[in-house]
Design a protein around this ligand. Structure first.
Ligand SMILES: C[S@@+](CC[C@H](N)C(=O)[O-])C[C@H]1O[C@@H](n2cnc3c(N)ncnc32)[C@H](O)[C@@H]1O
Length: 338
């Protein structure tokens, strides 16, 4: 990843004009030098991913998980891995601007920023562009009348029911159907799984729901998820009264968490675009921290991901319950107390 702040350079070189007044709204904001160029009283960041939200808060940036409504002088849309989510944010961004206001799309080539900019330019004429650091900032002036494409993009990004009736949205993990890895893990759930349960990285709630349905002896199930809108969807998808919902960074769990009898988990394996076993390793460590000494950890992972050393470090005993060509299901007990 490049450390050059493309947006900051676009402003500093005078390529991207800043409006004299109005709020600068940044969708999918992340800590960056660009934010420090903005007058704090004119800045509003949106970030629903808890670790980045907390990092922005720690820098005293004004940040909300969702900006419902704003009247902006400039909107910046940072691209995400999901094209539909980014186009949805572009549509929301234009709706926050007065006619003539600027919307700037910022992203790397690997985010597909060039083709996104071309697609937007077919609906709204492009006003300028700045290419730097394997990516682009492209900006567009809000027309008097918003073109119909924007309504389509907004609709496509909204949560909608899948064929199985679950509410999901683009950008969430496995938005079209339950993940096969989670389905394999759920095969190990049964009446023997009892007590207080935590689901780490609960997404839109399929795994937690499967656990509640298969396990009448579960007294409560806490869903921990970092993505705000995925957790909101989970709240709609998991209606069992034993469920509780936590917008949280799992890697920070530990002190202050009442210990659990069981932790279930299909850990995240991507950060940005690259496969990132470090995140799954941090989830394994968190599971060990929040389990009772007598507790059990049930996890599914892509077969090739190297979690064995992390399991050895966090648990005295673990075994593979199932292994397929794609996945391994792991059961671990006796969490180590360091
Ligand atoms: C592989 S998905 C599993 C989702 C769900 N349990 C399922 O089976 O469909 C992992 C989830 O972890 C979430 N996640 C990523 N980093 C996180 C973090 N630091 N804290 C909490 N959740 C996180 C992702 O947003 C994603 O929903």
């Amino acid at each position: 990843m490049s450390h050059v702040d493309r947006l900051a350079l676009a402003v500093e070189t005078g390529a991207l004009p800043l409006p004299d007044d109005g709020t600068v709204v940044v969708l999918r904001a992340a800590p960056s030098r660009f934010l420090s160029l903005m007058p704090p009283e004119r800045l509003l960041c949106e970030q629903g991913f808890r670790p980045l939200h907390d990092a922005l808060s720690a820098e005293d940036r004004p940040v909300l998980p969702v900006v419902e409504r704003a009247s902006a002088g400039l909107v910046v849309v940072n691209c995400t891995r999901s094209r539909a989510e980014t186009l949805g944010n572009v549509a929301r961004g234009f709706a926050m601007l007065p006619p003539g206001g600027l919307l700037a799309l910022n992203g790397g080539k690997t985010d597909g920023v060039d083709s996104l900019a071309r697609q937007i330019a077919k609906a709204v004429p492009q006003a300028g562009s700045y290419v730097k650091a394997h990516g682009r900032v492209a900006w567009f002036e809000r027309p008097e009348e918003l073109p119909p494409e924007l309504r389509d993009w907004a609709e496509a990004a909204c949560p909608a029911p899948t064929v199985s009736g679950h509410l999901t949205a683009p950008g969430m993990f496995s938005p079209d159907a339950p993940d096969p890895g989670s389905q394999l893990l759920a095969e190990s759930f049964g009446p023997g799984l009892t007590g207080r349960v935590a689901d780490l990285g609960a997404g839109w709630g399929w795994l937690a729901d499967a656990c509640l349905k298969a396990c009448p002896g579960v007294s409560e199930l806490d869903l921990y998820e970092a993505e705000y809108i995925a957790l909101e969807a989970a709240q709609r998808n998991v209606t069992d009264p034993r469920a509780r919902f936590h917008w949280a960074d799992v890697t920070k769990l530990g002190k202050g968490t009442s210990p659990y009898d069981v932790v279930i988990c299909n850990p995240p394996f991507h950060q940005g675009r690259a496969a990132e076993p470090a995140l799954g390793i941090a989830f394994i460590a968190a599971a060990a921290r929040i389990l009772k000494v007598s507790g059990r950890f049930l996890m599914v992972a892509n077969r090739q991901l190297p979690y064995e050393a992390a399991l050895d470090a966090a648990f005295s005993r673990w075994e593979r319950l199932h292994e397929t060509r794609s996945f391994k299901v792991i059961s671990a007990t006796h969490p180590r107390r360091t």
